[in-house]
Design a protein around this ligand. Structure first.
Ligand code: HEC
Length: 460
């Protein structure tokens, strides 16, 4: 997400910087009367709270005035994002080491690996999951549900899918097998459903069905919004699906209407918990709340497009797209408010502020705040045995930044982070293969279109 143009004048925050800060810290933050804000080690550190405090209160002994009476809290917050973006662009090798490609071997902290392309398709792959026999079922946003055989062949789309409108960020998105698929045959899909034939109004819908003779049969809608929540907005559909103890959790983004994320009476901006057949659990947190949708499990989310369950603790983890800055990793807890858009570490894409607050009583803090945004997408805890030192680490894909991060968690905390892949394409989804390899669904960029599925294999 970092672009040099942000430093050279695009967006309101850049004007604020040029007007109030450039005279001492330089037009490009490299310093002058005041020090460089791009130095690897700032004197006071680069924690966002510290940066905000210095701008607000100044450093009177060093000759920097307080800006509390000059700038609003929102503007101060926007400047913090701006400084963090500039620092990330300047210190590109800061923090986790970039994986280096040397004769096809990527060297990372714990394991060296090779990438193997197992399939290429013309569409935009969005979700993937594995049959017990090792075949993969994957979606293309355009509305295709295909099977990747273990011999590398990719089938045509499964026939007879429900109506799906592919527009903007919507289309056929998530696919997941029921944990008891071998007994019941259920496959779950999440997609943008048109309100009616030829309607441009859509909403995220969750359905299940079975695949018999390469045809979608026994279709059942598991969750659907009421008609008035179908909108022409083409973005922020969410969505991922995970199963736990007979329950199904899924997400819907704010659909571009950010205040809806705080509204318990409407679907956008929530995590939902339903039974695997669509019934609403009577122990959900808001069942007794008169106005709330009883299927809501957590709220205040912007657009969650990654979700997985920790293999040992059973805790649900989620990645959520921030605006400009403020991508989040969240630990999802029953009934909690994740704060969007009341609190955020990000600002609007055009550099104008969204909110002055990064925290508030009663609202959850992210476990990781990625500022600048990497455009966090699919995630997976590694559960295989091919990479013993990666077990239970969380792998996080980034779209815009074209990265895969490895995150080491200790309880509620992220204790270490490493970039293990860079510049291969937009990482849409990550999954554990039954073969113990880690699979990536990558949307190719630049002059290439289409997608590839690659697997990460140990390099001996
Ligand atoms: C009159 C000159 C002046 C102006 C204007 C000014 N600063 Fe500073 N600033 C300084 C000086 C001097 C320091 C002391 C440390 C140094 O030299 O970097 C400092 C320190 C800082 C630091 C701490 C750096 C560190 O290494 O810990 C930050 C962050 C900062 N300024 C941000 C800003 C921002 C943002 C603005 C605009 C809103 C601004 N400053 C405007 C002079 C200025």
């Amino acid at each position: 997400m970092v672009s040099v143009s942000l430093l050279s004048g695009q967006g309101a925050v850049s004007r604020i910087y040029q007007q109030h800060c450039a005279v001492c810290h330089g037009a490009e933050m490299r310093g002058g009367l005041g020090g460089s804000l791009l130095a690897r080690d700032l004197i006071h550190g680069d924690h966002p709270g510290t940066l905000a405090r210095i701008i607000r209160e100044g450093l009177p002994d060093d000759g920097m005035q307080a800006f509390r009476n000059v700038l609003s809290e929102e503007e101060i917050h926007a400047l913090v994002v701006y400084i963090r973006e500039g620092r990330a662009a300047a210190l590109d090798d800061r923090g986790p080491r970039t994986a280096r490609q040397d004769e096809g071997v990527f060297e990372t902290e714990e394991h060296n690996y090779r990438l193997e392309v197992v399939a290429e398709t013309a569409g935009e792959i969005w979700g993937m999951d594995f049959f017990p026999n090792g075949d993969m079922l994957f979606t293309e946003k355009e509305g295709n549900l295909r099977i990747l055989r273990t011999d590398g062949r990719v089938t045509d789309s499964v026939a007879n899918l429900p109506p799906i409108l592919h527009h903007g960020q919507g289309g056929l998105m998530e696919v997941a097998f029921h944990p008891d698929y071998e007994e019941n045959g259920w496959v779950y899909l999440a997609y943008s459903e048109p309100l009616a034939e030829n309607s441009r109004r859509t909403q995220t819908t969750v359905a299940r069905g079975r695949i018999v003779d390469h045809t979608w049969v026994d279709h059942e809608t598991i969750w659907r919004a009421v008609d008035r929540f179908y909108t022409t907005a083409r973005h922020h559909f969410g969505t991922r699906i995970v199963f736990q103890d007979g329950y199904l959790f899924f997400t819907i983004g704010d659909r571009g209407d950010r205040n809806e994320a705080q509204n318990l009476a409407s679907p956008p901006g929530n995590t939902f918990r339903i039974h695997d057949d669509g019934r609403i659990p009577q122990d959900n947190p808001f069942v007794d709340h008169p106005d709330a949708l009883p299927e809501i499990w957590s709220y205040g989310h912007r657009n969650a497009q990654g979700m997985d369950i920790h293999p040992e603790t059973g805790v649900i983890w989620q990645t959520e797209h921030g605006p400009r800055g403020g991508d989040e990793l969240n630990r999802i807890r029953r009934g909690r408010n994740y704060g969007w858009p009341v609190i955020s570490f990000g600002i609007n894409y055009n550099g104008t502020p969204i909110t002055e607050l990064t925290e508030k009583e009663g609202m959850e803090q992210p476990v990781i705040d990625w500022t600048p945004s990497i455009a966090v997408c699919g995630i997976a805890f590694y559960t295989g045995d091919r990479f013993p030192k990666w077990r239970n680490n969380l792998f996080v894909g980034g779209l815009a930044a074209e990265v895969v991060h490895r995150v080491v968690l200790d309880g509620d905390k992220a204790v270490h982070e490493e970039v293990i892949l860079r510049n291969r394409g937009r990482i849409r989804d990550i999954a554990n293969g039954p073969d113990g390899y880690l699979y990536l669904a990558i949307n190719l960029t630049r002059n290439q279109r289409g997608s590839e599925i690659v697997r990460i294999k140990p390099a001996d």
